[in-house]
Structure formats: C-alpha cells, structure tokens
Write a protein that binds this ligand. Sequence first.
Ligand code: FAD
Length: 323
Amino acid sequence: MSNILTLIELSGTGAIRNTAPALLAAAAKLGTPVAVVATRPGAGVPLAAELGELGAAQVYVAESDQVGSLLVAPEVEALASAAVALEPAAILLAHSVEGRDVAARLAVRIGGGLLVDAVDVRADADKIVATHSVFGGAYTVEAAVEGGTPVITVRSGAIQERAGSAAGTVTTAAIEADPGAAAVIDAVHDAVVSSSRPELRDASIVVSGGRGLGSKEKFELVERLADALGGAVGASRAAVDAGYVPQTLQVGQTGTTVSPQLYVALGISGAIQHRAGMQTAKTIVAINKDADAPIFDIADFGIVGDVFTVVPQLIDAIEARAK
Ligand code: FAD
C-alpha cells in the first residue's frame, strides 16, 4: 500500500492537537498512515506511542532547532523531507490556519496539486479523490489531482471514522528550513483563555445565536444552552454586526466553517452565507418563530417558537436529565 503522510500539529505545550485522529483515519482509508511531526530535537519520539494508538503505522519525526522560532517553514521542510524519503500517494493536513499555510507552501515546493477543505477522501483506482461541500453546501463535488502529489486539507470534524491502533514505528530525520523564506517568531504570548468552552472550529456541539436574540444581554441564553450541552458558542454575522459577540464566533462564509455532530441554530434565518459554514453538521436543530425561515429547509429537527420560551424549557429538560 502507498504511504499517506499526515501533518500532526502540536500545541504550544507540545501536545498532539485533536485534528490528528481524523487525519490518520482519512489516511488509513487511502493507504498506510504516516504521522509527520516537526519538533525540536528529542521532543518527537515520546509522541510515537500516542500516534501509534491513533493509527500511525509509521511516525516520521523531523527534528530541528528552528521549530518554534520559524513560522510554518519547519513543518513544510518536514513534509518535503518525508515526501522524498517515503514517496507518498497523498499528503493530508488539517484545514486549520497552520495547515492551510503549510499545504500551500508544500504544494508549490514539491510541485503537487492542492485540494482544500475536503470533507472526505477516497481511493479510486490510481487516483485519490477528495470530496468538497461547495456553494454554501448546496453542491457536493469531487476533485482529483492530475499529475503531482495531492496535498489535501481536511475540514475539522468532517471525518468521524477512527483508525485502529498501529505500530507507530519511528524514523528520525534532521531538517533545516531556509530561514530567508520564513517569518521569524520573536516572542510567544499565551492567549488569555476566557472560556472553558470547546473551540468553535473543533467542537462536536455548537449552539449559535442570531439577530433573533435581540441584544447582547439576551444572547446569554445561547451561552446557557451551549454550557448545558457542553458545546461551543457560535453566531450569525447579523449577531456579530449588532455587537452581541466578537467576530471570532461568526459561523459562515466569512466566518468559521464548522462540521459538528450537533448544530443548534437559535433565532437564525438561515441565509446562504450562514449555511455555508454549518451545512455539513451531522444533525441540525433550528428554533425560529418564523415557520418559513430557510433554516428549516436544512434542519433535521425544527421548533417553530420563540427562543425565549423554548430554550429555557430545553435547558431545564437537559439539566433534569443530567441529575
Ligand atoms: P436575520 O436574517 O435577521 O434572521 C433573524 C431570525 O430570527 C429570523 O428568521 C426571525 O424569524 C428569527 N427570530 C426573531 N426573533 C425570534 C425569537 N424571539 N425567537 C425565535 N426566532 C426569532 N452571515 C453569516 O451568518 N455568516 C457569514 O459568514 C456571512 N457572510 C456574509 C458574506 C457576505 C458577502 C454577505 C453579503 C453576507 C454575509 N452574511 C453572513 C450575512 C447573511 O446574508 C445574513 O444577513 C445573516 O446570516 C443573517 O443573520 P440572522 O439569521 O441572525 O438574522
């Protein structure tokens, strides 16, 4: 079977980010999953057992003192080096800020073809085919690379399968990125974590509120339901523009794309630009007082009603079940 490389992203503390299991599962559908991790010398090998558990047959540890001091260049170098050594049939990355940056640079570097924001991948005869949800989720299209190695970014949450555990055999390589072509990291400041809620992009449950909430104060109802369900908070652009929440919580075409197990839309009409960011959610629940709101066209479960009447009852019911 052909090798399929996956870029394993690490947090600031060196932990494996939660995009890894889906990437390794996607790789397992296509061939032999190889985890590629760029670390400072000595920091990568201890991650091998965990990566093996997640399905990596091989762990390619690319070591360099530049990791943490050059932005994305070491990761590009790590994948380029692994590509030379292992001649993969495809290279998979998370569709994260870092993954997109690395993918584009890598595709140029190795003369590969870039396929972005895939919601699924499959092997078809001699080709690797990526599935994309486009035009606001209105169409599902497939794409393949003609010539060159496919470099594919995979939407977070879109692939639910998980690979069985594998050997996680370690190969270590020393790499050196060209510092002239990279942005230098001068300092790292920890972002102040103001919430214990999951990150919007990766959350398995997202509760979003729209203009129907009416004010910043009343938007608190969205947060209460999100907390009752253990989910992340999202919002429509109208809610963001009205100042109910910061832009970082916007879901949609010009916000974050999410693909959770459960998406709850409160007081959101369901404009195409909003749907573009959430239509691939596995289950969509909508609460809206307008029975003709377009959000009901894509909802699996819809409640026609006032959010201020329905949601408190929903929270009470969820809390009662949790007791
Ligand atoms: P509205 O369309 O005003 O809908 C509010 C809904 O709340 C209505 O359906 C109403 O029936 C319901 N409601 C009111 N009160 C209650 C109540 N008490 N109980 C229950 N229901 C109630 N939008 C995004 O969301 N994300 C994007 O990324 C995005 N990008 C855009 C990019 C471009 C280029 C453009 C042109 C637009 C973009 N938009 C985006 C805006 C989008 O077109 C819509 O304007 C926006 O999504 C509407 O937000 P909304 O559903 O909250 O508001």
